[in-house]
Design a protein around this ligand. Structure first.
Ligand code: G16
Length: 541
């Protein structure tokens, strides 16, 4: 075993996006590609000498090999200790929990989240801070800058560490703790939710279905739903994590979780359905014949979180990403809670949570979570819903009907146009930005523009500013649309169009019908067809 320094040269394009660096797996397998980024990451956080790091990932193809590389580099860079999930597995929220509770200096999480896995699919890596949350922009920018000047990296060369056995071992001078990836997370969930009440509800006949999409949450779902809460075997479907997710696209939305959707919309639908994504931080909630949009889920949780033991004293405040609907704002107003709006990206919630301003956060992109960790948390959201159902005795459709009757309904939809040529997408965004100044007062069908801008965020805790976080066009009466380019894709550009309209009277319309005039106005303003040739979105959520 020897510590080696390898000469390298900067590799272009290693710029972290919305959530770390995501590229095609084969790109990460290129010579020096992963090593360069890991060295830049270590240098960008001020080195890892003497530090303790958590390492793990969602089990996708290359997760095992990349974990060995990271451990070998951490050892060669002088890290004191690495805490690794058995077989290199950790869901993103479980990693966040370990980073926090084991008082580490941060962690390296391997995942491309909801993107498909495999040698021809996607891979990703990100650094999380000692608070358990994704590195903020200041740190990711420092890492990116370092990738541009790197000329060598350090690595320990020798046999890989056997990660199959829980226990303590060594790599060079670095201690390696191999831990059960599930146990600490189950304890955390038990401390937050009323397991006996949920267990009694399930025993009383509420049938639960949880689709783990052949991704990381299978073992977590089984340990919690089937073992701790007594749900029958088979409650967790697609429960074995596979390197290619069994060919599934592990994105918990109605399009990709179509097997679950078909069952939930069928005649003998279970009482509760849910799905999670590749790395376990996203969730989708469905009742029998009742899909719950992520924005509505956030609002329902805000209104009912106090029913769960871990939140019995109420919430400190709430936050949502800018494109997420204002449904939660209405709850916050009614309950006297402060409500914050941030750019897309969970990393923006960290400061608000650390500063004690908010304890619940959520995004339209199927992410909800609280200050129990510093990531969104799919299984947490499932348990929160089950806790609310157990405490109220209501079904998902009843909960939604009551919620809308009380707060009104923010009809909401997101239209994704995927794999657009990047150049065309950039031209579209530039033209849209250039038109903003003249939009106010213009009418599009029945809608008149009240305001249009390019969203910028001033972090109230550290004073940092983030520009160009999405174009928003608000109509008189409050309906609006938002347009931005995704920061998580790996091929071409994905244009996201977010549509929203509040209705306090008609509560049971089809969202696409309720939003028809906003959809038409958005096309008139943006010209998606003219710019890209696309006439319909690829995915509607
Ligand atoms: C990541 C971020 C989320 C963000 C989502 C979508 O989620 O953590 O905060 O909302 O990407 O981002 P975009 O619209 O730029 O594609 P995940 O689950 O992919 O880590």
């Amino acid at each position: 075993m020897t510590k080696t320094t390898i000469a390298t040269a900067p590799i272009e394009g290693q710029k972290p996006g919305t959530s770390g660096l995501r590229k095609k797996t084969r790109v990460f397998m290129d010579e020096h590609y992963l090593e360069n980024f890991v060295q830049a990451m270590f240098d960008g956080i001020g080195g890892v000498e003497g530090k303790v790091l958590v390492v793990g990932g969602d089990g996708r193809f290359h997760n095992d090999v990349a974990t060995q590389t990271i451990l070998a580099m951490a050892a060669a860079n002088g890290a004191a200790r690495a805490i690794v999930g058995q077989n290199a597995l950790l869901s993103t929220p479980a990693a966040s929990n370990l980073i926090r509770t084991m008082q580490t200096d941060g962690g390296v999480i391997l995942s491309a989240s909801h993107n498909p896995g495999g040698i021809d699919e996607d891979f990703g890596i990100k650094f999380n801070m000692p608070n358990g949350g994704p590195a903020p922009e200041g740190v990711t920018n420092a890492i990116f800058e370092r990738t541009k000047t790197l000329d060598s990296y350090h690595i320990w060369q020798g046999d890989p560490v056997d990660l199959s056995q829980i226990g303590v071992t060594k790599l060079g001078d670095m201690q390696v703790n191999i831990v059960d990836p599930v146990a600490a997370y189950v304890d955390l969930m038990q401390s937050l939710f009323d397991f006996p009440a949920i267990r009694a509800m399930i025993a009383g006949g509420v049938d639960v279905r949880f689709d783990a999409m052949c991704a990381i949450t299978g073992p977590y779902g089984r340990a919690i739903l089937e073992d701790a809460l007594g749900a029958p075997a088979g409650t967790v479907t697609h429960g074995t994590p596979l390197p290619d997710f069994g060919g599934m696209h592990p994105d918990p939305n109605p399009t990709w979780a179509h097997e679950l959707m078909a069952e939930m919309m069928g005649d003998d639908a279970p009482g509760f359905g849910a799905a999670s994504d590749g790395d376990g931080d996203r969730n989708m909630i469905v009742g029998p014949n009742c899909y719950v949009s992520p924005s509505d889920s956030l609002a329902v949780i805000a209104a009912n979180a106090h029913l769960a033991p871990g939140y019995k004293d109420g919430l400190k405040g709430v936050a949502r990403s800018m494109p997420t609907s204002a449904a939660v704002d209405r709850v916050a107003e009614a309950m006297g809670l402060q409500c914050y709006e941030t750019p897309t990206g969970w990393k923006f919630f960290g400061n608000l949570m650390d500063d004690g301003r908010v304890s619940l956060c959520g995004e339209e992109s199927f992410g909800t979570g609280s200050d129990h960790v510093r990531e969104k948390d799919g299984v947490w959201a499932v348990l929160m819903w089950l806790n609310i159902m157990a405490a109220t005795g209501e079904s998902v459709p009843q909960i939604m009907a009551d919620h809308w009757a009380r707060f009104g309904r923010n009809y909401y939809s997101r239209h994704d146009f995927e794999a657009i040529e990047s150049e065309k997408a950039d031209v579209l965004m530039s033209a849209l930005r250039a038109s903003l100044a003249g939009l106010a007062g213009q009418s599009f069908g029945p809608l008149t523009v009240a305001a249009a801008d390019d969203y910028a965020y001033l972090d109230p805790v550290d004073g940092s500013r983030s520009e160009k976080q999405g174009v928003r066009v608000v109509f008189e009466g409050g309906a609006r649309f938002v347009v931005r380019l995704s920061g998580t894709g790996t091929s071409g550009a994905t244009l996201r169009l977010y549509l929203e309209k509040l209705d306090t009277e008609q509560l049971n319309l089809d969202p696409q019908a309720a939003l028809a005039d906003v959809i038409a106005a958005a096309e008139d303003v943006i010209g998606i067809k003219a710019h890209t040739g696309r006439t319909a979105p690829d995915v509607i959520t």
